[in-house]
Design a protein around this ligand. Sequence first.
Ligand code: DOR
Ligand code: ZN
Length: 435
Amino acid sequence: MTDVLIRGARPYGEGEPCDVLVSDGVIARVLAGGELPDGDLPGGAEVIDAAGLVLLPGLVDLHTHLREPGREDTETIASGSRAAARGGYTAVFAMANTDPVADNALVVEHVWRRGREAGLVDVHPVGAVTVGLGGERLAELGTMAASAANVRVFSDDGKCVHDPLIMRRALEYSTSLDVVIAQHAEEPRLTVGAQAHEGEQAARLGYPGWPASAEESIVARDCILAAHAGARLHVCHVSTAGTAEVLAWAKGRGTRVSAEVTPHHLLLTDERLGSYDPVNKVNPPLRTAPDAEALRTALAEGVIDCVATDHAPHAVQDKDCEWAAAKPGMLGLQTALSIVVATMVRTGLLDWRGVARVMSERPAEIGGLPDHGRPIAVGEPANLVLVDPDAEWTVRGGELASIAGNTPYEGMRLPGVVTATLLRGRVTAAAGRIG
Ligand code: DOR
Ligand code: ZN
């Protein structure tokens, strides 16, 4: 395996530039402040000129929809892996709402194997909580956990495990497996026919509303269920200020709850509804500007643990249609870091160490990945990303690695460019192209 020398990067954007030598997939040397003498360079090493770049642990996404098996016309494990690598990710969790659903060992092992074949990011399948995402019968969590895919996260995402008895059983069962239940918090009785955030914008456009209470009531309920079960709960895509308050309360009383926020809920608001463009349709929906502000604060303060993309590719016919018929979801893998730079770094809410925490370290801990989100230090696995903090790029859906093109950031100029991603010392993406 070729050695890689990263010359002149600043780990976490702090201190003096240093040289990082990667050998056999691990960080072999870190020479702070000084240049590695050329005499010490292993023969044939690939050298990356990283002057001016920030070096971070490779990003980890707890919430990706890869659409394989079933909808390979919108994304495959290979195309999604390419998008992830170009976005700076070294590990992604692939949601279970595929066709067939990933609710058994056969499907999760298939996804895991396909991820290994693609070889660009570690693809960790999420197992469904209930059979067929039907919400009625617990899936065989134990078999999936014990499979080759070693499933550590279970979720019916796309749907809420709304029956409190099923949710309670899942949480109780999860404690013996030491896994986490990730909830898509949406009380379905409160979102029948919902098309957009219940508020002024939806009322003006005549869209049936998706109220904040449908999310907040489930999160409150599940925090209580998790606390009584002594279980670990993870809340997917937190979208309201009220949910952040519930999380602060639950964490304050010692509940083992973690939470994620998407880049789009940090940046975009329901003011976008006026365009009538279904590219802005997503579940949970874009909320108000005060909600987005509260989410940014909650992320900065650790009430929300991490950023997850909810990368959701959809076919043209499912997005280029009238609003009510459109499927919810937007691409996220290649734009996530830039949106975090725009909303959190440029605003002074997070420094680069904070970015490493919310996009790599915390998601790796929550998902149980021992080899990701590690310190940049000798002996650690070389799962790394180099970012140009000052460069900008223009988003073009057609140029993204995903098969689908449903990005809400089309034509936008965004700060922060992923210059290279390394998975176990191998360059998986470089300056937007696979190395
Ligand atoms: O917008 C969304 N899209 N939210 C979800 O929960 C599911 C996802 C999808 O699968 O398209
Ligand atoms: Zn969801």
